[in-house]
Design a binder for this molecule. Structure first.
Ligand code: ADP
Ligand code: ZN
Ligand code: ZN
Length: 749
């Protein structure tokens, strides 16, 4: 565990002379990088992986037993007594314990926090695992004594009686189907003729679990599936253009795994778990499927966890954190849209669900498949190097053809709502032909800045180094980086001029202009503002599903996983910001986004067309992307990364330090760097950069500084990170300084 790596186990640990005390070492939900020792109650069993309640200062905490021992680094007299274990058996199975201890050492997070991240809330609070039961009605002894055709005076009771005499048991669904009301059931329960029974769901059994025939595969899909070996670890990168039938490949691989009585774990991006996606799995398979998503309440989450662990569920689909779900018999892990940023947690334990999944598959000796149309450069690099097996689907499945892509040079052109005349004409033609249009603009709000025409004053957030966005409908300025908002000013605070002008386009502004331009067309705006309410997204998408001509206008929320069969034109309003982003991953992101959005066009029988508006039509990267496709584009940026000493050729970690006073943050990092350099001197294999101000220097009233580590190998990196952990443990951080470590950061801002 991380602690012993950092300090080493002291040799002077006193063995307990009596050997009577049993020491348990417990992971507790506190931000300290260590296990805590307690004395176990005599005669009590403390299985490893079981929960235990222990005193911690004035509080009682629930932790997980990680080790048992007869000795402690501390003097026995100082150790407190643990309460009894809360579980008779190991609640957290070894597979998950290994995963969490890897997570803790790789991401340098306290082991207790890793457990907190992994376990459902109710388990952390000490509740027992609850499993959904199948409940049904049965005749009681007395009821069984009734003759066939009994209860004939009460017609409805007679109907229920005869149904039970025929079928033995009836559950709520059966009662509904038979139109038997609660009052009838209650009357018979009161007479003692019936009782409710419940039974556990069975564990999944080997055998065919398909209730719907699989599609017959095309050659590429077949070749991909043929390469898959189910009985051993390998990482497969399934690189398939949008609509090439990756999901069908997953479904057939899963069918194979289920046939052997094993389970499949499927990770999808945060907003990728649409009813559409889930429906495809449910329509195909008979076995129980649990979906782990943000809409579940605590009890449902616990049940899903339990069903996965006991093997009652055959397929577990969830977002990032589902990687910590225990499995009864793991068979395969699938990561859909593996390039998606939401697989990386951006606060707390900054783990990558994808990378942990690869570790987990390796330990469990099962295959893992990473699917995407736009591989992350990390995964592509691994595939090119031969560490992953590269499976490719280059053609759209079924009848759909790839869309025709054109670039519209908008330099010096008049724009209406952000759109060129040519784009507007194409939209009009598409609508007139009875089809739908998708307009992609990755900026919500009305306008990204409000400027004084007289003196140049700009509305900025008081708490962040960022401009405030105008939300015109609410007459508000809002910061998209913190909660701050203020009334839309009518006057410049500096020169009192009333001539304030909004600059740039957000989705709300485009919506307004498009509506003026197409007064008879429905415009469906999808962004974080329009989908704040629960179900709102679902309702908006249902409108699109009606198939009427409409303009679908939205941010990157539209780029993921949705299937819009009637969209034949996609207009990307403003695509090339990523070329000049402050983040080295900007171009990669841009390529992924453009490719994914373009992939929404013409997914069914109707051919699609994509217009990309750009100020940099001739930029070589954009040209490669558009003329040669994402794969060659990605290879081109790989070469640039190699020359720049950047991932995936090097390993990166960022230590963030935020403080009210920027100088304090900077000097804290400066001191740390000096200390680190004594033990791990800078060399070309391990480079220190900084401390420097983050690209976004101030956020939520905190000044943000970074120290960056850039290493040639994981080994070098782990060495430095262990030292960092040690330094953070030893130095007492003042209250107003916050440090956090991001290993393999995806966001440098
Ligand atoms: P992806 O996951 O790569 O975006 P999907 O699996 O969603 O692609 O497939 C896109 C469409 O093509 C779906 O409507 C799917 O039913 C259809 N499809 C996939 N594979 C086949 C096949 N072998 N034959 C016919 N249609 C297919
Ligand atoms: Zn002014
Ligand atoms: Zn702000």
């Amino acid at each position: 565990m991380s602690r012993s790596l950092l300090k080493g186990t002291p040799n002077n640990a006193m063995p307990d002379p009596s050997h009577q005390h049993r020491i348990i070492r417990v992971a507790l939900p506190v931000p300290l990088r260590k296990l805590f020792d307690y004395i176990g109650e005599a005669g009590q069993d403390y299985p490893i992986g079981a929960r235990v309640k222990v005193p911690f200062g004035p509080r009682q905490l629930i932790g997980v037993v990680i080790e048992q021992s007869h000795q402690s680094e501390q003097t026995l007299a100082k150790l407190k007594n643990a309460g009894p274990a809360l579980d008779d058996d190991s609640l957290v199975p070894e597979e998950i314990r290994q995963l969490l201890s890897f997570c803790s050492s790789y991401y340098q997070c306290p082991i207790g926090e890793a457990y907190s991240t992994a376990l459902p809330k109710l388990l952390r609070q000490g509740e027992a695992v609850s499993l959904p039961k199948h409940e049904y009605l049965q005749l009681s002894q007395e009821g069984l004594g009734l003759p066939v055709g009994g209860l004939s005076k009460a017609r409805k009771q007679a109907a229920l009686l005869s149904a039970l005499q025929e079928q033995g048991k009836l559950d709520k669904t059966d009662l509904k189907r038979l139109c038997i009301s609660n009052s009838v059931v209650k009357a018979m329960l009161d007479k003692g003729l019936l009782n409710w029974q419940s039974e556990q769901l069975p564990t999944i059994a080997a055998g065919d679990q398909q209730k719907q025939a699989p599609l017959s595969l095309n050659e590429e899909q077949e070749a991909a599936l043929e390469q898959l070996r189910y009985q051993q670890f390998a990482c497969y990168l399934l690189e398939g253009t949008t609509g090439s039938g990756k999901t069908e490949v997953y479904l057939q691989a899963i069918a194979e795994v289920l046939r052997e009585g094993r389970q499949a774990l499927v990770l999808i991006p945060e907003i990728g778990l649409t009813p559409q996606t889930l429906g495809r799995f449910q329509n195909r398979f008979k076995c129980p499927i649990v979906a782990i998503h943000s809409g579940l309440n605590d009890k449902e989450r616990l049940q899903a966890w339990g069903m996965a662990k006991t093997g009652q569920a055959g397929i577990i689909i969830g977002t990032r954190s589902a990687i910590f779900t225990p499995l009864y018999r793991p068979g395969i892990i699938i990561i859909d849209e593996e390039h998606d940023l939401s697989f990386k947690q951006q606060d707390g334990v900054r783990y990558s669900g994808r990378d942990l999944a690869i570790f987990r598959a390796k330990k469990a000796n099962i295959p893992i498949m990473l699917g995407t149309a736009t591989p992350s450069l990390e995964s592509l690099h691994n595939a090119i190097q031969g560490r992953y097996e590269h499976l490719r689907l280059t053609r759209r499945a079924g009848a759909a053809k790839p869309p025709a892509i054109s670039v519209e040079d908008i330099k010096q052109k008049t724009l209406i709502g952000g759109l060129s005349q040519n784009s507007l004409d194409s939209i009009a033609n598409t609508l007139a032909a009875g089809n739908q249009v998708l307009v992609f603009l990755n900026r919500r709000g009305f306008a990204p800045s409000l400027i004084c025409h007289n003196c140049g004053w700009v509305a900025e957030c008081r708490h962040c180094s960022a401009r405030m966005t105008l939300h015109k409908a609410q007459h508000q300025m809002r910061c998209h980086h913190c909660e701050a908002s203020m009334a839309q000013p009518q006057q410049c605070p500096d020169c009192f001029s009333r001539e304030l002008i909004s600059q740039g386009y957000g989705t709300q502004r485009s919506e307004e202009t498009l509506q003026e331009h197409f007064p008879d067309t429905q415009i469906i705006r999808i962004d974080r503002d329009s989908t704040r309410k629960k179900q709102a997204m679902h309702e908006l998408l249902q409108e699109v599903d009606q198939g009427q001509p409409c303009i679908l206008l939205g941010t990157q929320m539209l780029a993921k996983g949705h299937h819009f069969p009637n969209v034949t034109l996609v207009v990307i309003v403003d695509a090339d910001g990523g070329l000049f982003s402050g983040d080295f991953r900007g171009p990669e992101r841009m390529g992924q986004l453009i490719t994914q959005v373009a992939g929404r066009a013409g997914r069914a029988e109707k051919p699609g067309k994509v217009i990309i508006q750009s100020h940099n039509k001739d930029h070589p990267l954009l040209e490669t992307l558009l003329h040669k496709g994402y794969h060659l584009f990605a290879r081109q940026i790989l070469r640039e990364r190699q020359l720049a000493y950047m991932p995936p050729y090097r390993h990166l970690a960022l230590l963030h330090c935020d403080a009210r006073d920027g100088l304090q943050a900077e000097s804290f990092l400066q001191n740390m760097r000096q200390w680190l350099e004594q033990y791990a001197p800078p060399t070309p294999e391990q480079i220190y950069l900084g401390p420097f101000a983050a690209p976004m220097e101030k956020r939520k009233q905190m000044y943000r500084y970074q120290l960056q580590f850039n290493c040639e190998s994981r080994r070098h990196m782990q060495q430095i990170l262990n030292l960092v952990g040690q330094y953070l443990d030893q130095s007492k951080l003042p209250n107003h300084i916050r440090c956090s470590l991001d290993v393999d950061p995806l966001d440098m801002m």
